[in-house]
Structures are given as structure tokens and as C-alpha cells.
Ligand binder design. Structure first.
Ligand SMILES: [Zn+2]
Length: 389
């Protein structure tokens, strides 16, 4: 990590750098802002700066990202950095020697480790165990215990509390105690996209840094500078698709297959447009149904939601060009002819309704609905809406 890995957030970085340079870092911060704005990865950046072996980590670029300490932080193994998120109570209780108890713990530990693996791949992902009641008291007691050990000289212990609004009430009271008498060698960074749900007494003891939603321009510029291998049309697609949510942008970037000439993203978009053509050709509607069944079977949930999102972005482009024929800020600038053709052939569809059913279908797929049922009813709906012309 390094400062330049933080996308957007110029003012926020300036405030944090200034605090570091003047050695006026607060003992507790509350990083707030929308989901996917990068607040938690910024917290890890701070953790790296305080522990990086590179001599001028704080003044220059930020942490080096390559020394043993930086590497340990990236793999969630650093003794000075504690990362807390909502877990299941089974994880905190290895149980006695009774086998059944141990099994519950082992299974919970596997789920916990899987979430950390996901976080390693995507720094904008916020892990939370599904059966969790929130951040539990035992987790904060462990922090209290760890706070009593001194870090190596010149470094700090960093406690990063993810989704702090999910602190269980008794855990919140325990952390409040820690914040009231903060050990000088500990830095707390609470992270929350719903800070209003935190105890006011906790909020008042933290210095708040408010992160903004990353704009399309900021994300595009960052990708051009740091991931030059991502070219148009994929670049614009990633920027439009993620709508300022870096977790989504990162999922697309991770799914890139550099061995293929066409990116997965663009391949899915083209698949989506082929499907749309079939849906709209009356004589080939049965082929559309078959294709829809195949897709529901063969594509993963994230691919299906990308497939639907590609349609959504295409409809947006059509609507823009329909209203303003010289509109240039397209999601899909590479297929402008297809967009204009569509706008010409379907001059007056109900785009509001089309967007609504597409967004509903994406949400249903993400919420584990049956892909086949969702895709079948989407296909029928979209056909009806477009045939009204
Ligand atoms: Zn380093």
C-alpha cells in the first residue's frame, strides 16, 4: 500500500498526512463514508505507515508495501495490527474437548478464514460472518488484552474496527472504556458507513474523517495511471458499472483474464447484447428462451449480475442518445452505432420501468433467488416492455 493506492479522497489524505508530519495524530479516528469509498483500505494504509521498515514511510509516498512488516499487514498476520469485524460466537469459543463443540469452532474458523482470503483479494470488501450477532464483547476483551503489550519502538499498535456500527451494546461499552483511557501506543480506527448508529459517546471520542464516494473521473484517472493494461472499452465499462463503489470495480479488475484477447467483462456485455437481439426478434424468441436457460445454468451469480448490469448500462446509453443525439459520455463508447440503431428502432420505450425491472433482477440474483426463474421472468418482462412501441 501507499498513499497513491488511495483512490480520490484528496482532502482526506491531506488531513491525515498533515497529522502525521506534525506528529499530531489523534489516538482514535472514525472513518465514515459510503460503502466502497475506500475508507477501510485507507485505515490499513495508516497501519502500514506506522509499522513499515522503510525509514521515510510517513513523509514520502506512504508505506513501501514490500518490507516484511507491510507484507504481514497485507496478510492480516502483523502482531501490531488487529482487524475486527462481525463474527459468529462459535468462533470465539473453541469449546472443551467434547467433539461437537470443537466441530462448530473448526467450521466457523473455516468460514472466517475464507472471508479473510476474500479480503486479501479485494481490499474494498468488508467481511462479516453471516450468522454474526455483530462485533462481540469477547473480541473487544481480546483487544484490551493485546493493548497491554508494547509494540516495537517507534511503531504503534493499530486496532481497525470494521463496520463499527455493528458493535454489540456491551462490546460498545467496553470499547468506550478503552477510548476514555487510551493506551498511548494504540491507535484506534473505527470504520463505518452508518456512523449515526454508533453511540454518541464513542463518536465524540474519535476524530471523524468523512470519505466521499469516488467519482467516475477519479476512478478512471487512477486506473489509467496505475493499471495501464486496462484499455477502452473495458476501462469505461468498469468505471460505469461500479458507480463509485470500489469493491465492485475491484471485482471486475480481479476477474480479468490477461490470457484472453477479450476481457471477461466485455465478453459478458456482448453476450448480453446478443441475447437482447434475440429477445427483440419475434421469429427468434424461442432461441432467446433457450439462451436465457443456458446462461442461468452456466454463468455464476456474479457473472449473471454483470450480464444484467451490462444491459442496464446499454439502456442508459440508448436513453441518453435518444434525449440528446450528440451525447458523448457513454458507458459503451465503442458500440455507439448499435446504441443509435436501438434508439432509432425503439424510440419510445419506458426506460424507467426497464431500469427498474433490470435492477430488481440484479438484486434478486445477488440475494440467492433461482437464476432460472429470475432470468425467465426478466426475459418475458423486457420483451413486453420493448414491444409496446
Ligand atoms: Zn514497508
Amino acid at each position: 500500500m501507499s498513499w497513491k493506492n488511495i483512490i480520490g479522497q484528496k482532502q482526506q489524505i491531506r488531513t491525515l498526512r498533515k497529522a502525521l508530519e506534525t506528529e499530531r495524530f489523534a489516538h482514535a479516528y472514525l472513518f465514515t463514508g459510503p460503502e466502497g469509498s475506500g475508507k477501510e483500505s485507507a485505515a490499513f494504509e495508516i497501519a502500514s505507515i506506522f509499522n513499515c521498515r522503510s525509514a521515510n514511510a510517513s513523509e514520502n509516498e506512504g508505506a513501501c508495501g514490500t518490507c516484511p512488516d507491510c507484507m504481514q499487514i497485507q496478510s492480516f498476520m502483523h502482531p501490531n495490527v488487529e482487524y475486527v469485524f462481525p463474527v459468529e460466537s462459535a468462533l470465539l469459543d473453541p469449546g472443551d474437548s467434547a467433539k461437537k463443540e470443537n466441530k462448530r469452532f473448526t467450521e466457523a474458523k473455516e468460514r472466517y478464514d475464507a472471508l479473510l482470503e476474500q479480503k486479501k483479494l479485494n481490499p474494498y470488501f468488508s467481511p462479516a460472518m453471516e450468522r454474526s450477532m455483530g462485533i462481540l464483547t469477547e473480541q473487544i476483551i481480546t483487544l484490551q488484552h493485546k493493548a497491554s503489550f508494547m509494540p516495537r519502538e517507534g511503531s504503534k499498535k493499530i486496532f481497525i474496527i470494521s463496520q463499527a456500527e455493528r458493535l454489540h451494546p456491551s462490546a460498545a461499552n467496553k470499547i468506550l472504556k478503552l477510548l476514555e483511557e487510551p493506551p498511548p501506543h494504540v491507535l484506534f480506527i473505527l470504520v463505518s458507513s452508518r456512523p449515526e448508529a454508533l453511540l454518541p459517546t464513542i463518536r465524540s471520542r474519535c476524530q471523524a474523517i468523512k470519505f466521499s464516494r469516488v467519482t467516475a473521473g477519479e476512478l478512471k484517472l487512477w486506473l489509467q495511471e496505475n493499471r495501464p493494461e486496462i484499455k477502452e472499452p473495458e476501462l469505461s465499462f468498469i468505471v460505469s458499472f461500479s458507480r463509485g463503489n470500489l469493491r465492485l470495480a475491484w471485482e471486475l479488475i480481479n476477474s480479468r483474464d490477461s490470457t484472453q484477447s477479450e476481457s471477461t467483462t466485455i465478453m459478458l456485455r456482448n453476450k448480453a447484447l446478443d441475447y437482447l437481439r434475440l429477445v427483440l426478434t419475434p421469429s427468434r424468441f424461442h432461441e432467446a428462451i433457450t439462451l436465457c436457460e443456458q446462461n442461468a445454468k452456466n454463468l455464476s451469480r456474479s457473472e449473471l449480475s454483470l450480464f444484467l448490469a451490462a444491459l442496464l448500462l446499454f439502456f442508459q446509453d440508448v436513453n441518453h442518445r435518444r434525449i440528446k443525439p450528440d451525447f458523448q459520455e457513454l458507458n459503451n463508447p465503442d458500440i455507439i452505432d448499435a446504441i443509435d440503431r436501438f434508439a432509432h428502432n425503439f424510440p419510445n420505450p419506458d426506460f424507467f420501468q426497464i431500469s427498474t425491472i433490470t435492477e430488481d433482477a440484479i438484486r434478486a440474483i445477488e440475494r440467492n433467488a433461482s437464476p432460472l426463474l429470475v432470468m425467465a421472468s426478466f426475459t418475458a418482462d423486457i420483451r413486453a416492455l420493448l414491444q409496446r412501441n
